[in-house]
Structures are given as C-alpha cells and as structure tokens.
Design a protein around this ligand. Structure first.
Ligand code: DNO
Length: 356
C-alpha cells in the first residue's frame, strides 16, 4: 500500500506540495489537470510540467483523479466516438509519462452530492453532510449555485461551472438513459479504451456513485457489490477495476465494506478511505477518519485491504475543516494529514500483528 494525498495542482489548491511532503509516510499525490474540460485530449507538455513539479518536491504522481468523462459518452450519443478518441489520446500521454492509474466516475450530470458543505459539529469543526429530505426540496438546476456559494471560492471537483451552466440541457440529454443503458454505455467506453490501457499498463479505477443511490431521478449504477462485480465482469481485463471509496459505498449502510473489499481482490486499484456517521436512512455526516468518530470499523476496512494483498495507492478522503483552515470543503491539509497518519498506524499494526 502506498499512502497518498489528493492535490489539485498549482493554483487550484490551498495545500502545497511542500506541506504534503512533510506528512509522515505520504510518498505520492493523486492529481489532475484541474482546468481541463471533460472530452478534451490532454496536452503532453502540461502533463510533463505537472509531473516535474511533483517530482521536484520529492513526491511522485501515484495516479490521476480524475480524467472526467464527457456526457455524450455516458448518454451514448453518436458523437461519443470522438470523445473516446480524445480519452485514448489522454491515456497515451499519461502512459508515456509512466502514470499508470486513472480514477473516473460514470455518474450522470452531477458528481458527488451533498446538502451541506460546512455542517458544524460539537467539537467546533465543520464537515460535509447529506440529508435526502433537504436534497428532495432542491431544484436540481439550483444545486450547483447552492454548493458553489459555500465552496470557499474553490471550484469543486466534478462541478465544472461551464457544464453546470447547461444543467437543463444535460437533464434533457439523460431523459431516456436508464440503468441498463448507462451500463451498456460504460461497457462500450471501457471496451474501446482497454487496448490502450493494456498497452501502457494503465489501471482504470471507477469511482462509486456518491451517495450510492439515484439522485434527482438520474440513474446511478456503481452503488454496491453486485453492480461492482457486473462492471468488472462485463469487461474482464485486469486494467478494468475499481476505486474502493468507503465513504461513497458506505453511504448505504447495507453495503458491507470489508466484505466488498475482500470480494474484489485483484480488481481494486485505488482506495479512498474515510468515515461517516449515519443518523437515519439517507442522512449522514462525514466524520474524522477514526473508527470511534463515525459508523465504520476502520480497522476492519484496513484489514480487508491488507488481507487481499492490496499494493496500490490509498488516500485519506474528505477531512473535517479544523484549526481555522480555509480550504476546498473536505480537502484541507490538517484533518487529511491526521487521517493519513491514522491509516498508516492501522496498517503498521495490522502488519505487525500478523507477522509476530
Ligand atoms: C469528491 C471525489 C469525487 C471523485 C470523482 C472521481 O470529493 O471523491 O469528485 O474524485 O467522482 O471521478
């Protein structure tokens, strides 16, 4: 396992590479060309300069999160082939730079969704939270404004303002796309890119839908164990795998996280490990990473990763906003650094308890 931290790139993140380098045990970053638009082919020189900046700081690029997928691919429009070609060009650029992990998602219109980006907790910190009863009252067209106005001035990942400006058109596009069509469009996309992934050894790691159920009447398919297996089996290349995000899958308490991890042995390429507190069905707050702060048993989660011989990157995921830090919601330095240290501590303890 390699401990990593997500970093949005120069000019897009309040956290610096120098700071990340000083978190004990963190050796790599998960990054992206944050200004890129879904559907465009990435520029070789830009990727090379990002890589140089990361390596000059003593870290490495452990993976890309995300290379986002154009809606025409998800909807299955005839124009998708042009965007898939661009995706393949991006993969070639990444492969040539020795970057071998790409996280992406296949959620229609919206990426992750929350009802509050700064819910106060008793300890004085704030966290991201989700309440289905609040979401049910929000006009989807206003969802972007609701989140954007409380994002501390940062562009939120997956909520590109250009795309969100066309929100009504996007909803119309997805009108006839149900779960089966979405699965078929995902299969078509993966089958087309796999030869390139195999050539360069690039592992594609689909991110689960967050929360793990349909939102605003849009279908969502990467929601639990059965569908994760369906997605792996429909394109059976080892390069076609999963980002095991505990916070996203765990939004549905019926998802048994350690069991899902064990069942996906060999197909998990990337781990996002964080904790949630469940209050009621469809109502949860994000928490500190520690087991005692939320509803998940983080020891059992890390043990499942350990037992399947997981050797890819893991990153702590969303943290609380603490100690007065102003950052992109969920992506400050302090609580994620605490998370990385805690997860590394669990990993060391699990390893030593098995060998002594
Ligand atoms: C949110 C993230 C997601 C994730 C994408 C992957 O904090 O977990 O935006 O990066 O869904 O494509």
């Amino acid at each position: 396992m390699e401990m990593t931290l997500r970093w949005y790139g120069p000019g897009h993140d309040s956290v610096t590479l120098t700071q990340i380098r000083q978190i004990p045990g963190v050796t790599g970053v998960i990054t992206t060309l944050y200004g890129s638009t879904p559907g465009e082919a990435w520029d070789k020189a830009e990727v090379a300069s990002l890589k140089k900046a990361v390596e000059d700081s003593g870290l490495r690029i452990s993976g890309i999160e995300s290379v986002n997928i154009h809606d025409d691919i998800k909807v299955g429009l005839p124009t998708r082939d042009k965007y898939i070609e661009n995706y393949i060009k991006t993969l070639e650029v990444l492969g040539e730079q020795g970057i071998d992990l790409v996280c992406y998602n296949f959620m229609p219109v919206f990426d992750w969704t929350r009802s509050d980006l700064a819910k106060p907790r008793p300890d004085g910190s704030t966290v991201l939270s989700y309440d289905q009863s609040i979401i049910d009252q929000i006009d989807p067209a206003k969802m972007f404004e609701a989140l954007d106005s409380s994002s501390n001035g940062f562009v939120l990942p997956g909520w590109e303002p250009d795309r969100m400006a066309k929100i009504k058109e996007l909803f119309t596009l997805y009108q006839d796309v149900d779960e089966e069509k979405l699965f078929e469009n995902l299969r078509y996309f993966l089958a087309a890119i796999m030869p390139t992934c195999e050539k360069y050894g690039i592992k594609m790691a689909i991110h689960p839908d967050d929360p793990a159920w349909p939102v605003f009447g849009l279908p969502r398919i990467i929601t639990g164990e059965a569908n994760l297996h369906r997605m792996c089996d429909m394109v059976p290349s080892p390069c076609n795998g999963v980002t095991l995000c505990t916070g996203s899958l765990g939004s549905n308490p019926k998802n048994d996280l350690p069991a899902i991890i064990r069942g996906l042995k060999g197909r998990i390429h990337f781990g996002h490990v964080r904790n949630l507190i469940h209050h009621a069905p469809g109502k949860f707050d994000e928490a500190a990473h520690l087991s005692s702060d939320g509803s998940f048993d983080m020891y059992e989660i890390m043990k499942a990763f350990y037992d399947i011989g997981f050797d890819g990157p893991i990153r702590p995921d969303h943290g609380r906003a603490i100690w007065g830090e102003v950052a992109m919601p969920g992506y400050g330095l302090y609580d994620r650094a605490l998370g990385a240290t805690y997860l590394n501590g669990l990993w060391e303890a699990i390893g030593k308890s098995q060998t002594r």
